[in-house]
Design a protein around this ligand. Structure first.
Ligand code: GDD
Ligand code: MN
Length: 380
């Protein structure tokens, strides 16, 4: 059975902590859940990776709780280690936590539960929410953390109380297609900024400073943090510019949709002719086949090119195809009805009526498919 929850634990020189934390996690697994811990070690000189492997070897029961160790060759930093872990994760739910007992494993079931119950994308364990706290930090370290949090909140417009938390759970699907810079420590911050429309819930907890080993957060990490926030700030600005040009995108998509429609007429005509002349098919059958061919080619061109949807999984594509074909048929009926009404009741000349009807059907088809088939906002 595949793991449902993957717990990512980045480590660098944690020989005194790793066994204990892996054990404590085992004691507090979410109920009825198969869990895999993924230790991402950056070739720690103190042998952390090997200790984790040996610990897993020593376990008797290896089904509900497995431990995988990713041994990286060089030290590439915390965020990059976490990303590496996520890439290997088999679970739909991913939990990220430190290995030095600062993040209580007792909270993992709560994070996972909250994620499953509320329809939230990310559940963050927060030190700064009412009920949360920090235990054992110097005033200086508290100040650094506070200032860093304020910079993120003011600079990037973040509302959560603890966007710098290193302890959180999320649905793995939400990071599909996101390009991470993975600078320094701030992977959660990057997720909050880059995942469009992400929903976040916070749960308070008490962070306790490590008893063993040293924190790796030094001047370098602080400088990296400033660099990372600057990058995210510029990223946000760029996205905003994209937003304000939704009119341009709307028109460009409509233009693509109509060109596809025009190409469909060509395909319809050519296939029908081909079937009657070379295959000697009855002309009505040939026409029906021609229509089916053009609907199919229109669908794939619109999916790939007009709406830039590159996800071709069978079920998704089939559902979209069904809707698209449905709307095309409705469009044809609308066109027919409209021509009839304009010519017969309003005495509009046939060519004019035809142009009006085709335009109306094409435009309503565009809107319907944009909204219902390809699930975009109408105006974007
Ligand atoms: N693989 C890998 N590579 N792991 C690393 C690296 C690295 O370069 N640097 C740190 N780690 C691991 C540590 O071994 C530990 O398990 C975890 O990442 C956190 O590192 P600490 O050095 O203990 O960080 P901290 O306690 O000072 O900072 C914590 O609080 C911050 C909030 O103020 C962390 O939870 C941060 O993520 C958090 O932002
Ligand atoms: Mn720590």
């Amino acid at each position: 059975m595949n793991a449902e929850v993957s717990i990512i634990i980045p480590t660098y020189n944690e020989s005194e902590n790793i066994k204990g934390i892996l054990h404590l996690i085992k004691e507090h697994l979410p109920k009825n859940t198969i869990v895999e811990a993924i230790v991402v070690d950056d070739n720690s000189p103190d042998g952390t990776g090997k200790i984790a492997e040996d610990y897993f070897e020593s376990l008797k029961e290896k089904t509900r709780y497995t431990i995988n160790v990713i041994n990286r060759k060089t030290r590439e930093g915390l965020s990059s280690a976490i990303l590496n872990g996520i890439q290997q994760a088999k679970g739909k739910i991913v939990v990220v936590m430190d290995s030095d007992f600062s993040h209580p494993p007792q909270l993992i079931p709560k994070l996972v539960d909250a994620l499953k119950q509320s329809k939230t994308d990310i559940v963050v364990a927060s030190r700064y929410l009412n009920g949360g706290s920090i235990h054992g930090w110097s005033i200086k370290r508290k100040m650094i953390s506070k200032i860093a949090t304020i910079i993120a909140k003011k600079g990037l417009g973040i509302k959560e109380s603890d966007p710098m938390s290193g302890f959180f759970a999320f649905n793995k699907d939400i990071i599909k297609g996101i390009n991470f810079d993975a600078i320094g420590y701030k992977i959660l911050l990057e997720m909050i900024v880059k995942i469009k429309g992400v929903s976040i819930k916070e749960i308070p907890y008490t962070f306790s400073n490590r008893e063993n080993g040293k924190s790796k957060l030094g001047t370098k990490i602080i400088l990296e943090y400033i660099h990372a926030v600057g990058k995210l700030y510029r990223y946000g600005k760029k996205e905003q510019q994209k937003e304000t040009r939704s009119s341009v995108r709307f028109v460009s998509k409509a233009a693509r949709f109509f060109s596809v429609g025009a190409s469909g007429l060509g395909i319809n005509y050519l296939t029908s002719i081909l079937f009657t002349s070379s295959l000697d098919m009855w002309y009505l059958h040939a026409t029906i086949l021609g229509i089916m061919f053009s609907i199919t080619s229109n669908f794939f061109l619109n999916k790939y090119w007009t709406f830039e949807d590159r996800n071709f999984t069978a079920k998704r594509t089939a559902i979209q195809y069904g809707k698209f074909a449905g709307f095309s048929s409705i469009g044809a009926l609308v066109q027919l009805g409209m021509v009839y009404y304009l010519v017969d009741d309003l005495s509009v000349s046939y060519p004019v009526a035809l142009v009006l009807a085709v335009a109306t059907a094409a435009f309503s088809n565009f809107i319907l498919n944009k909204k219902w088939t390809f699930k975009e906002k109408v105006w974007s």
